[in-house]
Write a new protein. Sequence first.
Length: 306
Amino acid sequence: MADTEAAPKAEDDVLEARLKAYEGRPATTAGAGRDPVNAPMIRHWCEAVGDTNPAYTGPDAIAPPTMLQAWTMAGLGGHAGRAPAYEELLALLDEAGCTAVVATDCEQEYVRPLRPGDEITFDSVIESVSARKTTKLGTGYFVTTRTQVRVAGETVGIHRFRVLKYAPARPEPRERRPRPVINRDNAGFWEGVRRHRLLIQRCTACGTLRFPWLPGCASCGAQKWGTVEACGEGTVHSYVVMHHPPFPAFSPPYAVGLIELAEGVRIVSDVVGVPYDEVRVGMPVRLEFRRYDDELVLPVFQAVAA
């Protein structure tokens, strides 16, 4: 038993030693920004993050310091200065089963502001590779690169960027049905379902019924509305039989119907109480509410016997 347990640990130690050997090796040499620091990119950045600081506009504008990495990004083509060591490191982690990657965080140091017209050059080094770590995503290694950004040979900033290369954890099967997405426009509907009531919106201006719930009336545009409780009677207007994809919470094949309610609106839901291959267009159905777990209640439609 001791030998069996020791073997994987020895393999991990060997891998970790190989990974550590990449620390200090270059990741990018003589990299250059694709474009000079420029006002359009600064404007787009500020609009995206909602930064209205006047320092970033006008004839004496500077670039937001947090744009430091943006000026070094290479796009899909990559940098001509990309050093082979970084690609080798990633390939080694792929071979070890760490095939997934996610950016985790970055750290930046600012030496002086960048201004429109500045031409960026930079070098990157593999600063560190962590020991083997277990996260919720899976088990893997944190790889940190340090990029020194320069203008005319002068250091203007340092950017550290960290990724996790990991072997994806296998999710345990989830038997619960997916939760509905509840927002301010449909919260009243789901509250009604919780109380075993199927509520339909009714425009208070023109009286039009609507389903699914919407913030305004499609007929007249009015935004005020009330509700009408469905009587629960309906017919199958159309349906499909679901065979794929399989999902632990469902047992295909099963029928999903587009149900026309007696009130004239339509709702998509399961057709139950009859084999899936006996569902027919025009079949009468009746509303019922089913509890699937401690949290989830859904409206379904029971086939009515002829």
